[in-house]
Design a protein around this ligand. Sequence first.
Ligand SMILES: Cc1cc2nc3c(=O)[nH]c(=O)nc-3n(C[C@H](O)[C@H](O)[C@H](O)COP(=O)(O)O)c2cc1C
Length: 196
Amino acid sequence: MRKPAESSVPLTDVIAQRWSPRALDETREVSWDQLRALLEAARWAPSFGNTQPARFLAGRRGDATFRQILGTLTERNQAWAHRAGALLIGIMVSRNEKGEIPYAEYGLGMAAQNLVLQAVAEGLVAHQMAGFDAEAVRERFAVPDDAIPRVAIAVGHAGDPAVLEVDKLIERERAPRKRLPLGEFAYTGEWGTPAF
Ligand SMILES: Cc1cc2nc3c(=O)[nH]c(=O)nc-3n(C[C@H](O)[C@H](O)[C@H](O)COP(=O)(O)O)c2cc1C
């Protein structure tokens, strides 16, 4: 299923086509080559002073890393994310030799968005999740204290909403995507005056 962004002007394809499905096709795999492309895209994200605070853990369905990551997700996320072809954890390194890294979370966010958009370019979908146990990730993967697991990401192939089985979940999957109107989002002159 596709749920392209409804925009007042045409957007570049990967942005228009990106969305966060939960219905994933478990008969299809995500290859190491595809994962490499996603992580290369993330590696080339901008960051404050090129401090590069983002790190990732990545596993493919069937391997130990995937199983370990899946086990850290909330039950609600596990219920659909087990069909992903790959699971990742985005980690923010908070300190370097100069002290605290400014804008570290912003840097991880930029890297994650690069990863997600590259997934769309590869014909895949990516769904980010806050619903996971960061401390469990720290323990299972021996993540050092100054590195903070911030987001889990399911990557896979969009599937039939019917795989979600529960009517309410199928409805939510099919529901239109919503955003603030542009007039409440971009201002000019002063706060609250729509730019468009
Ligand atoms: C930081 C972050 C955390 C999120 N956490 C979850 C989550 O735990 N479970 C989930 O199903 N979706 C999660 N989402 C997905 C959002 O709900 C989704 O991006 C939002 O509703 C907009 O929909 P769209 O991505 O399809 O445009 C998360 C997204 C982000 C960016």
